[in-house]
Design a protein around this ligand. Sequence first.
Ligand code: CA
Ligand code: CA
Ligand code: CA
Length: 414
Amino acid sequence: MHCRPSESTGVAELAQPNPRLASLGEHLRPSLTALALLLPCLSQGAAVPDGIWVRPGYEMKVAVDGIKGPRFLAFSPDGALFVSVPGQGKIFRCTDADGDGVFEKATTYVQGKDPKTILQGMQWHDGWLWFAQLNSIARARDNDGDGRADEEVQVLNAQEIPTGKDGGHMWRALLIHKGRIYTHVGDQTNATDEPIDASERKKIWSFALDGTDKKLFATGLRNTEKFAVRPGTDEIWGVDHDVDGMGAKFEADKKLGQPFTDHNPPAELNHYREGAFYGHPWIVGKNQPNLLFLNHPDLTQYASMSTIPEWTMPSHCSANALFFYTGTKIPGARGDAFVAQRGGWNATQKVGYCLSRVLFEDGHPYGEQKIVNFLKDGTDIKGRPADCAEAPDGSILLSDDTGNLVYRISYVGR
Ligand SMILES: [Ca+2]
Ligand SMILES: [Ca+2]
Ligand SMILES: [Ca+2]
């Protein structure tokens, strides 16, 4: 069956011509769409758009074509790919039956969520797909094997978790690790100056798997949308977005802080430790004062408390998500972090729009290289990476939620 992506449903719908169905007439279009929802298949054979640079030695192709707005990615133990689509309030389960790296079918695993509650972080744990929304953390599973969850349990409700209802950076990170749930919701504004204990936002909280035993884990984050545990350790890492408009208070014409903010502060790759404070909003990068708060009386105290990033990335690259590579298919990459940089707005020169590899040695980063660059000639945006994940076969999947594609990046040698 041939399929093509649908703008109206976000799922692949039946492509024409199917002579038998086409003869029924165009007025039956809604029925065809409904049929497509029952028999979803994804488009095949899409080419990678021209102008995307891929590091020599790597190869990129389209892995999922036909889901509108793919955001976060997670693999189940049986190798199915789960794709969250906040704009549709759905999570799709995608399968690649012939193992060629291109997913042919998608079923709607979770649906009926309000897009306003922003379906976000996902993780498979102990037979359940755990997923986060603005107002809950829940888990779902498929008991009859039809690719759609038929049992869902809410583990934490809106009253029990830090809330994103005041807007701003509402995305909710989710990590299940060693019998604990970890979650975080970012700053309600660009840089909210309030006592550390005034809000449950800008912090990492942990809970027992049944939702009890709430504990504060770390403070001083701005917006970390995904956590990753470094392989072979219990270390929780994440990439934190940098503040905008850092030099704005020095500009009488109320611009956005250029040229200060073009280069400051950096985006951060942090190792989040229990009890530690990561500086936001007063301290940025490697213990520099945030220029928005130069006269804050506690600035020096905050700097002395603050844990600096393990690695920094360009300002406004919008480092959005990361994973640690555990496979063997990319030489020397085991233990390295891969980071999806979505690209931001608060820089006069575009920055980010790439998949980068942060090289690790002895448990610490020491270098970074671009693997895929979606920014052609410094101005032409060919995609906005939202998330990245390691596939069971050792390749890397990368979602582009504006290009409506998920890519597969493999190492093919030089
Ligand atoms: Ca396939
Ligand atoms: Ca089912
Ligand atoms: Ca920081």
